[in-house]
Design a protein around this ligand. Structure first.
Ligand code: FNR
Length: 373
């Protein structure tokens, strides 16, 4: 084992501290960054500590089945790779390595619009794996439609529209050092490879003027005017299931149902967008109640261990997305590192489900938990 492999094999909750030694300050800053004072990022993690798992007596099951199907996608475990942009900050192979690791594990990979590599290359790295596409809906609808067409052609089956980043969060860790990866043209490969973006916004090759390209990107990326009334455009141009990511209120969850959306991701973007927002886990139960089984509810923000995943599932999530932890694995040991982190998390989830005396995560419920304090 290499030193980095050893660093990953221990307690998953310590990954951030371990990977800090491998990352340059601007990369660590961008990945760790939360909005404002990072209160919400900390609250996300703290919310898990307020729940304990009730242990039942009885035989510990020999076999545990974590498999599940979400909107037609079969998964060996209810754990997905969250869409994460600019992964080359963690490792030069970036999202290619993560997409390969996801394929090796059979887990679903969600490719970000802010991918460091273009969606076609990530799809090739993911091979026969299961992949969904995450859309940041740009201000230019022709560009949005072009992204959708390319994603469908590259084998992405589900669309995840992220709603909480129509304006980029206020992130002092980046601001203090005046850092934006996009201005260096990191994390905009889907744009610079797009025929519509190239025709309308890139008069010169990106290499000739990276700053000008970065500024053009910034013009189309932020879309504060996005509204429910624009959904038909996506529907007309996307045949597969559509999920909305960034739901934090029961009202928005009900709106998603009314608008015929197929699923939601309860997420506050790992606390990167609105500081002072409640922990994502605290938002989950009321949203699950509002949805009342009418669509799958996925969850992210703050999951660091298999135990955390169990708690989110017991509170009603059908599956969880994991963000920063796999990036820390990537930073420590590339593709092997990210695979190892996700594998450990799934293995730990299996063990925790077994110890709670359940044969499958699907029978967990709120009564499986108790308020720890
Ligand atoms: C993200 N996240 C994110 N989400 C998204 O929809 N599109 C994106 O491009 C990105 N990019 C991104 C970059 C980095 C560096 C991080 C850490 C996160 C948010 C991500 O999908 C997920 O919601 C959070 O990471 C979940 O919180 P945890 O697991 O990191 O606490």
């Amino acid at each position: 084992m290499t030193t980095n492999e050893l660093a990953i094999s221990g307690d998953l909750s310590q990954l951030e501290a371990r990977s800090a030694e491998s990352l340059p300050p601007e990369a660590l800053g961008y990945i760790r960054a939360g909005a404002g004072d990072r209160d919400t990022t900390r609250a996300n993690a703290a919310a898990f500590r307020r729940w304990g798992v009730r242990r039942r007596t009885g035989t510990i099951p020999a076999d545990v089945d974590l498999s599940t199907t979400i909107l037609g996608t079969r998964m060996p475990a209810p754990v997905l790779f969250a869409p994460v942009g600019v992964q080359t900050l963690a490792h030069p192979d970036g999202d290619l390595a993560s997409a390969r690791a996801a394929d090796e594990l059979g887990l679903t990979y969600i490719h970000s619009t802010q991918g460091a590599y273009k969606m076609e290359d990530v799809a090739a790295a993911n091979g026969d794996g299961s992949r969904w596409y995450q859309l940041y809906w740009p201000t230019d609808d022709e560009l949005a439609v072009s992204f959708l067409r390319r994603a469908a052609a590259a084998g992405y089956t589900h669309l995840v529209i992220t709603l909480d980043t129509t304006l980029l969060g206020w992130r002092p860790l980046d601001l203090d050092i005046g850092y934006s990866p996009f201005l260096e043209n990191k994390g905009i490969a889907n744009y610079t490879s797009d025929p519509v973006f190239r025709r309308k916004y890139m008069p010169a090759p990106a290499e000739a003027s990276p700053l000008a390209t970065g500024i053009q990107f910034a013009r189309v990326f932020q879309n504060p005017g996005l509204s429910w009334s624009q959904l038909p455009l996506i529907r007309d141009n996307w045949d597969g299931p559509i999920l909305l990511k960034g739901i934090q209120s029961p009202r928005d969850a009900r709106m998603a149902v009314r608008n015929g959306i197929d699923g939601i991701v309860v997420s506050n973007h790992g606390g990167r967008q609105v500081d002072g927002a409640i922990a994502s886990l605290d938002a989950l139960p009321a949203i699950v109640d509002a949805i009342d089984g009418r669509m799958p509810v996925l969850f992210d923000s703050g999951i660091r261990t298999g135990r955390d995943a169990l708690k989110a599932i017991a509170l009603g999530a059908d599956a969880v997305l994991v963000g920063r932890p796999y990036l820390y694995g990537l930073a420590l040991d590339g593709q092997r590192g990210t695979r190892r982190v996700m594998r450990s998390l799934v293995d730990e989830l299996e063990e925790e489900v077994r110890r709670a005396r359940h044969r499958t995560h699907r029978t967990l419920s709120r009564s499986s938990l108790t308020r720890a304090r």
